[in-house]
Design a protein around this ligand. Structure first.
Ligand code: PLP
Length: 451
């Protein structure tokens, strides 16, 4: 058997492009300071005015609000220094490798080069830890604060697991309202959160008025992200020592995730490549926007690079949603933001990519799509999970269902390149691993049936 044919051409250069720890970026890239168009700031949830910090400093860490409202340096400086403590923790798992997907290329018979940036190798298994850590850190740095606990809601549990690990790292308590359906059906991330020391509650819970009301009306209610977020907000309101942490739709998460793109840029420079296409999956938009952010100015200045955001066919926010002000939560407690949205009352279908079930996308990504800097594509769940299986078989990496959307996007582009014979460089962001999502893969790919 010709085994070389299965591996691809491995003789001409390395598979893994590794940055030494000494080259870990020292700054995040603050893309809003350099865009040729404004990214509008959030509005008050009800009143007709901009949000001010003291409207919400009981709810969010102040530094998160300063970033979100583009205050001072966050409105003007392209480079924001990464605190030393954060760099020290990042160095546990960063810089992360950029890997050439040679076996996948070989399998596809494509002239394209495919690279994937690995965000699955950190303590919680996805890019979410990159920002959870910083949000918890900000909470510990507030003057005169007695903040001792971070609170959040979680669906499938990736965000909860990331925050639990972050709080443990910072010596903070962590309370997670986990949607009852996932709490019951997906126990492994719940176990992981508890192992890291977090309190995990099934939502709707008896802990809050919202939860009690929902349970009174419907004792079997299986929960939703809307109810979970309302419970989390109420739980924060009860005590001055608590603050909310949010994963995806905020700009501060995008800022922190720019570390992904900054490393990727250095790695591609190291092998003398520049990307023709960058692909990622979008839930709230944080991993993809952080991944492309440092390349956006090149594009605006005329370089022919293409950015493609991939969504599930059943949640086509960027592809088919409206561009308008909307709330991030079901109960209209959070600021209104200008974004692509399917409406804050949109109930997403029960797809297995829990991290992509958001009705809206972060304002900066929405503005990039609106201004035609970023393009979009959708794929069906079956197309995506087949791509996840092919990626496991060829590259030996089990992508999260969310990340398999990016893999699918890259495979499609590589197939197009085969047709045109173009020697493209395609780079995808592998936002997380799928080891705790195998049940979802099984449901779609029917893995209970012997081959
Ligand atoms: C949460 C999640 C996403 C979606 O969130 P973004 O804010 O769009 O990055 C994507 N991939 C994984 C693995 C996730 O856990």
């Amino acid at each position: 058997m010709n085994l070389e044919a299965r591996l691809g051409d491995v003789t001409n250069s390395d598979n893994k492009i590794i940055l030494p720890e000494s080259q870990l970026p020292q700054h995040w890239y603050n893309i809003v300071a350099e865009l040729p168009f404004d990214v509008p700031k959030p509005l008050h949830p009800i009143e007709d005015r901009a949000v001010e910090i003291n409207d919400f400093d009981w709810l969010w860490p102040r530094e998160c609000l300063r970033i979100e409202l583009q205050e001072e340096e966050y409105g003007t400086d392209a480079w924001i220094a990464i605190p030393e403590f954060i760099s020290d923790v990042y160095r546990r798992y960063r810089p992360s490798p950029l890997v050439r997907a040679r076996s996948l290329e070989k399998h596809l018979g494509t002239p394209a080069e495919i690279y994937f940036k690995r965000e699955d190798l950190n303590p919680a298994g996805s890019h979410k830890f990159n920002t959870a850590l910083v949000q918890a850190y900000y909470a510990t740095q507030e003057e005169d604060s007695q903040i001792h606990c971070m609170v959040t809601d979680t669906g499938a549990g990736q965000w909860g697991a990331a925050l639990a690990m972050a709080c443990e790292t910072l010596g903070l308590a962590c309370s997670v309202f986990m949607i009852r359906k996932s709490y019951d059906e997906k126990p492994y991330r719940r176990y992981m959160m508890r192992m890291a020391g977090a309190d995990v509650y099934s939502s709707p819970s008896e802990l809050t008025a919202t939860g009690r009301q929902v349970l009174r009306d419907d004792p079997d209610n299986s929960g939703s992200l809307g109810i979970g977020m309302s419970e989390a907000i109420e739980f924060v309101k009860e005590s001055p020592g608590r603050r909310l942490a949010l994963g995806c739709m905020s700009y501060y998460a995008v800022l922190h995730q720019s570390i992904i793109g900054l490393e990727t840029k250095l790695q591609l420079e190291q092998i003398d490549r520049s990307p023709d296409l960058m692909v990622g999956c979008v839930g709230g938009g944080s991993n993809f926007t952080g991944f492309i952010a440092p390349f956006v100015r090149d594009k605006i200045e005329g370089s022919p690079i293409e950015f493609r955001a991939i969504e599930p066919e059943s949640i086509p926010t960027l592809s088919e949603g409206e561009y308008r002000y909307d709330w991030a939560d079901f109960s209209e407690l959070t600021p209104r933001i200008l974004m692509y949205t399917l409406g804050h009352r949109f109930v997403p279908p029960p797809v297995h990519s829990g991290g992509l079930r958001y009705h809206g996308k972060t304002p900066v990504l929405s503005a990039l799509v609106k201004n035609e800097v970023v393009g979009t594509r959708t794929f069906s769940q079956r197309e995506v999970f087949d791509a996840g299986r092919l990626f496991l078989k060829t590259e030996g990496v089990l992508a999260a269902p969310e990340s398999a959307h990016a893999v699918r996007g890259a495979i499609d582009a590589a197939r197009d390149a085969s047709k045109t014979g173009q020697n493209q460089v395609i780079v995808l962001c592998l936002s997380g691993h799928g080891y705790l999502d195998l049940k979802g893969f099984s449901d779609v790919l029917d893995l209970d049936t012997p081959n």
